[in-house]
Design a protein around this ligand. Sequence first.
Ligand SMILES: Nc1ncnc2c1ncn2[C@@H]1O[C@H](COP(=O)(O)OP(=O)(O)OP(=O)(O)O)[C@@H](O)[C@H]1O
Length: 341
Amino acid sequence: MTSVVCIEHLKKSYGEVTAVKDVTFTVESGEIFGLLGPNAAGKTTTIRCLCTLTKPDGGRVEVGGISSIEQPKIARRKLGYVAQEVALDKVLTGRELLQLQASLYHIPKSIAQERISQLLNLLGLEDYADQKTGKYSGGLKKRLDLAAGLLHQPEVLVLDEPTVGLDIESRFVVWDFLRKLRDAGTTVLITSHYLEEVDALADRVAIIDQGKVIASGTPNELKDRLGGDRVTLRIREFTPTEEAEKAKEQLSHLDFVREVIINPAQGNSLNLVVEPHSNAITDIENKLSHLNLPTFGISQSRPSLDDVYLAATGRTLLDAEMAAAGSRDIKAEKKQAMKGG
Ligand SMILES: Nc1ncnc2c1ncn2[C@@H]1O[C@H](COP(=O)(O)OP(=O)(O)OP(=O)(O)O)[C@@H](O)[C@H]1O
């Protein structure tokens, strides 16, 4: 396999805010690559640098061997970009919008007609093609945006949170389409904060947190690397810290327990990594009962990508999202992004 996208030691700050500290990953030809991380992790900034929409402060960013920083025009031709929010001209029909887009890419009319028909067909948009896009649902808008990003037949299609805000049915349509696209040879790079999306779609993944890649590989490799099963334990709905610490200390002595992490964002629940062990839950409950501690809830599962994230950062993706949510001025970010900052 050859690397089509190569990002090395990427850095980007907005004033005081460091959006991307040090991001390195490669995307191989013909794969779906997922950049997974909570809100504010630096995913959008990373792909905006790749797609020549933002200038990085440092690092190497290449697509098909062409630097997005030094040769942005050539790099742009190799890329299709589908942004997180779809902004369509409401008075045009879907077909008219694609025709306009094709003319912006200087695609000759006859070729454009054929590609537009093909894309409308592939994305199940034929019945809506001659309706004004102002009447489209969120799912239809997203599909049209996908078609627009693919008109110039880019080597790499980059999608920022492709299914955010979509209903389940539209989400599956988009997933299915991206798989077909990959199978037909297009390289696909997506950002997502949905674990199940990356798990279902991505051949390989990089998990990004606070502007840095904290793990990368195939989803199975990452989970296997963790090994063992996961036990999530709540002693009480909100466990006092002292009790959680006491339980952690005692449970760590059980011979099948490899690691115990306290999760303060979930009422001091305990996340245990255990050897595959048939009686894990019973043995843990017995141990707690000897310590005169109750069990509010306990469950055992195979490791997930969230466990990979938890092991690397000490918090779950959802908790990281909630922590990030309060600290952003989205309006100001949009303004600056429009200016290309
Ligand atoms: N144009 C901007 N101006 C100022 N700060 C910005 C701008 N764009 C992003 N940031 C900040 O940089 C950090 C990374 O944001 P980024 O959008 O890259 O994250 P993300 O992982 O894509 O999250 P999301 O999916 O919510 O967009 C955040 O703290 C954000 O507030």
